[in-house]
Write a protein that binds this ligand. Structure first.
Ligand code: SF4
Length: 348
């Protein structure tokens, strides 16, 4: 079991830098390919209507993409909304595991993602082969995994959870039930501290949420003493410890709506600030800075691979498409349905 404060090894940071460099290269290539003669916004609207498609945008997408989407939100909620529509095509402006989740919930719809390279450092920090070995080393435990996993890890899971429902899902299980949680060590550590349950935690993390600088956050707080610090549970313990509120991205958005503070220091991917500003225009939002002030590492380089140009091409060509073997889809659906059953029973 992890201690209360997991440390990132240098090798992990180097790997993340390489992942980020790769994503930046791809982004530059996209800029070079950009065709300014096309009015992407009106073309996307036209294609969407013609093809009976629905566009989902995660909160971490850029504002221009959020503004053309039919639904904006967290990953699982978006997939659930899309499944309830009569659209024949779902285009997911987000990362690959999210589009996979949309396909799991809508196996008969065509699910598109504008760039197959849009991965996720958290999902990729947990490969199925190693996760299976971890499960085998810890027998007799219920496998609860965060929705931010690739489909082959979902197949190994008993219950999926989100950052919104992780605590009530764990608390819904009998108090003596032993749990194995993955892939995020910070969210796992947060759940462990909140529930006091017997949980072993996989050692994975997100490259964005572990990069926030406690020192820089406290400096901003010193300059704006009235500001509230709001952070995602994927952040490291020292950052969580100074927070006024901890919650999923949609919970952070809701909090800024009902709370009466005027200034917030936002410890999650800054794409959410677009919705915060739209919903509460009078307030001020300061993105929590990364440890390395030169790298812009508080932005998710995978999310930012998606552009309006790629969305247009993807809708036009109906490619890249998420294609998953029917048997795997069925297996991956089981732990998600279990989460939904628990949520329904517990009124979550
Ligand atoms: S912000 Fe982190 S968890 Fe979310 S998609 Fe990007 S890498 Fe994955």
């Amino acid at each position: 079991m992890l201690g209360s404060y997991p440390i990132i090894k240098d090798g992990v940071r180097d790997k993340r830098k390489q992942q980020r460099a790769k994503a930046l290269l791809l982004m530059n290539k996209e800029l070079m390919e950009k065709n300014d003669k096309i009015d992407y916004v009106s073309e996307i609207k036209r294609l969407k209507q013609k093809k009976n498609a629905v566009i989902l945008a995660h909160y971490y997408q850029t504002g221009d993409i959020q503004d053309i989407a039919d639904f904006i939100g967290d990953s699982l909620a978006l997939s659930q909304k899309a499944a309830s529509t009569d659209a024949g095509i779902i285009l997911f402006a987000g990362v690959r595991f999210m589009a996979e989740t949309a396909k799991i919930l809508s196996p008969d719809k065509k699910v598109l993602i504008p760039d197959m390279n849009a991965g996720c450092s958290l999902a990729d920090s947990c490969n199925a082969e190693d996760f299976k070995k971890f499960i085998d080393k810890n027998p007799g435990r219920t496998i609860v995994t965060y929705v931010n996993t690739n489909i082959d890890v979902k197949v190994l899971s008993d219950i999926i959870c989100t950052s919104s429902n992780a605590i009530p899902i764990i608390e819904s299980l009998p108090s003596d039930e032993k749990i194995l949680f993955g892939p995020d060590r910070n969210l796992g550590n947060y759940i462990l501290n909140k529930t006091g349950r017997d949980i072993v935690i996989w050692d994975g993390a997100c490259h964005v949420h572990e990069e926030f600088s406690l020192e820089a956050i406290l400096k901003i707080k010193g300059e704006n003493p009235e500001a509230k610090i709001i952070v995602h549970p994927e952040c490291e313990l020292p950052v969580r410890m100074v927070a006024d509120f901890i919650g999923s991205t949609s919970a952070l958005l809701k909090f800024t709506k009902k709370d009466d503070a005027e200034i917030y220091i936002v410890g999650t991917e800054p794409g959410i600030i677009h919705q915060m500003k739209k919903e509460n225009p009078g307030k001020k939002y300061i993105p929590a800075p990364p440890k390395d002030s030169t790298c812009g590492c508080n932005e998710c380089s995978f999310m930012k691979l998606i552009t309006l140009g790629k969305i247009y091409k993807c809708l036009r060509d109906e490619e890249p498409e998420i294609r998953i073997d029917a048997e795997i889809l069925k297996k991956a659906r089981k732990p998600i349905m279990r989460m939904m059953e628990i949520s329904e029973k517990s009124g979550l």
